[in-house]
Design a protein. Structure first.
Length: 533
């Protein structure tokens, strides 16, 4: 049995959360009507929106692929702009607060990790020239402000898009994940002929090969398929429970395992809308702030070793001035890590069923989009050629582990040690990836994935996937935490022409910052026009 004779005829997606409906819509579209797609989902309990942050390829690789324009899905999902992450108070000691404290050497305790791409000159990233300048006693401007256009635009609450919709810089979005699931359900069922079965899965049938052959439901349905996509969330009903795929626990590498989250009303007209996600350091973890329309989502990601749900809730209330008796909180506890393989036999785990990482690098929806892209690229027939499965599993594992390394780097490199939590972050056993990157960084080398240049900006999705842990992200993070290389890249001592040639790039960034500050609308005006007053 080969070729079309063996082709996949039916896919069942288990789970109707954001991952489940993203999977159904994406597969429905990508497989061009050749496969019957069914979503089996138990009625979900309503959840508060706590704000989800995404990365730039979401539009190009997902919504645009589905043929949905940006304004339409932004309206449907109550989306706002996200041009950067702003890290606040990761260096200085003190009680949790939203405003940046002063650094001992002057300047505020905050840094940005923008989605803009780092320029290079003579095939060497601008970061290396910045280190040399800094080392030689040149300009002392922080790395993010010297090497990216975006930081002053963030301070001025500017939109990354012009009022006519043209992008002025590279950006992503904050959105209401519940609205995404709801919108995609209507789209998948209405436009892509996806079948929605609202029922609870109660049993799994296996065939002689150990493959899943059907899912049984509470009301007596038997849903047969050739391929099953497990989007049942952290329960991992197929991958973990039915197939018993081992889970690689990474809780020793990352300290936070719990979240308390809520939504806070916000007066956008009076205060403007921040076009970035904030990550505010707390006493036993950090808090996200993701602006949406007239409100922001927020969640304290903490370590249950160092604080209790009650104490964490009180700290989050103090941060935003919330009344605990009238605010609704979502509490969750997470198993940090991933299944050894995301694709086992004829079951592919997408989203939390395949792994969980705290949202410090906003990987939730990113992992779903990337895994769907990889699944379609390696889409099997009923012979399930192991070569397809193995490549998929390798790529998903590398993506997860790279994001884990970038996340661990935040904790390892922070100089804070004023609470038991921050002292413990200094003791985390480092992954080999983190150890190697920090050694390379100290030696003056570029670190992270290879530099992504303008030609791959909107073209190569796989370069985009790797851009998350790019040299630019690592440099923003490490310089932002106050860790500098021991010396500039030694090779630069032999490239005086390159060093001189890179200098105008720094001046060009200053001019672009000024020009954009003068011409871009505020994020508030742009969003008000988009969503309607
Ligand atoms: P989330 O918790 O957002 O990751 O989504 C998990 C999804 O899996 C939800 O839509 C649940 O309804 C769905 N789910 C979990 N358990 C079952 C089950 N036994 N049968 C059907 N759907 C389920």
């Amino acid at each position: 049995m080969t070729g079309t004779a063996a082709r996949i005829r039916k896919v069942v997606v288990l789970g109707g959360g954001t991952a489940g409906w993203m999977a159904a819509a994406y597969l429905g579209k990508a497989l061009q009507g050749t496969v019957d797609v069914t979503v089996l989902a138990a009625p979900a309990r309503p959840r508060a929106c706590t704000g989800e942050a995404t990365v730039p390829h979401l539009h190009r690789a997902f919504f645009d692929f589905l043929g949905i324009n940006e304004d339409e899905w932004m309206r449907e999902c109550d989306a706002s702009f996200r041009t950067a992450t702003r890290f606040v108070n990761w260096r200085t000691e003190g009680a949790s607060e939203a405003a940046a404290r002063a650094l001992p050497a002057g300047g505020p305790d905050h840094f940005y990790q923008p989605f803009g791409l780092l320029a290079d000159y003579d095939r060497i990233p601008l970061s290396q020239y910045w280190v040399k300048r800094n080392h030689d006693g040149g300009a002392r401007e922080p790395f993010d402000y010297a090497c990216f256009r975006e930081p002053p635009l963030m301070d001025a609450l500017k939109s990354p898009r012009r009022l006519d919709g043209r992008a002025a810089t590279r950006y992503a979005w904050h959105l209401d994940a519940g609205l995404v699931a709801d919108f995609l359900r209507r789209f998948a069922v209405g436009k892509l002929a996806v079948t929605h079965v609202e029922d609870e899965m109660t049993g799994v049938d296996r065939d002689g090969r150990g493959h899943v052959s059907a899912l049984r439901t509470a009301s007596g349905r038997v849903l047969e398929a050739d391929l099953f996509v497990d989007c049942s969330g952290s329960r991992g009903l197929l991958l973990d429970r039915a197939l018993g795929e081992p889970f690689l626990d990474m809780s020793d590498q990352l300290p936070c395992d719990s979240v308390v989250a809520t939504t806070v009303p916000h007066d956008d007209a009076a205060h403007g809308v921040e076009p970035y996600t904030s990550a505010l350091a707390m006493s036993a973890g950090w808090t996200w702030k993701t602006p949406l329309s007239g409100r922001f989502g927020t969640g304290y990601v903490y370590s249950s070793r160092f604080t209790t749900p009650q104490e964490a809730t009180a700290e989050l209330c103090d941060l935003w001035g919330l009344d605990p008796s009238t605010t609704r909180f979502e509490h969750s506890r997470h198993r940090v890590g991933r299944t050894e393989r995301a694709w086992v036999r004829n079951v592919v785990g997408i989203g939390r069923s395949a792994g969980y990482l705290e949202p410090l690098e906003s990987t939730g929806i990113h992992f779903v989009t990337a895994a769907l892209h990889l699944l379609v690229k390696h889409f099997p027939d009923r012979t399930f050629n192991p070569a397809l499965v193995d490549v998929f599993n390798r790529e998903v594992a590398v993506m997860f582990d790279d994001a884990r390394d970038l996340t661990q780097t935040h904790y390892h490199c922070t100089p804070r040690d004023d609470t038991p939590f921050w002292r413990a972050t200094g003791e985390l056993p480092l992954t080999s990836g983190v150890r190697e990157r920090i050694a390379a960084y100290r030696a003056g080398l570029p670190v992270g994935s290879p530099h992504t240049d303008e030609s791959t900006y909107y073209g190569d999705f796989e370069a985009e996937i790797r851009n998350l842990g790019s040299n630019g992200s690592y440099y923003c993070l490490l310089t932002g935490l106050g860790l500098l290389p021991d010396a500039p890249l030694p090779a630069l001592a032999h490239r005086p022409e390159s060093v001189a040639g890179a200098e105008p790039l720094f001046q060009a960034i200053k001019r672009q910052q000024q020009n954009l500050l003068e011409t871009l609308p505020s994020a508030y005006d742009c969003l008000r026009r988009l969503h309607g007053a």
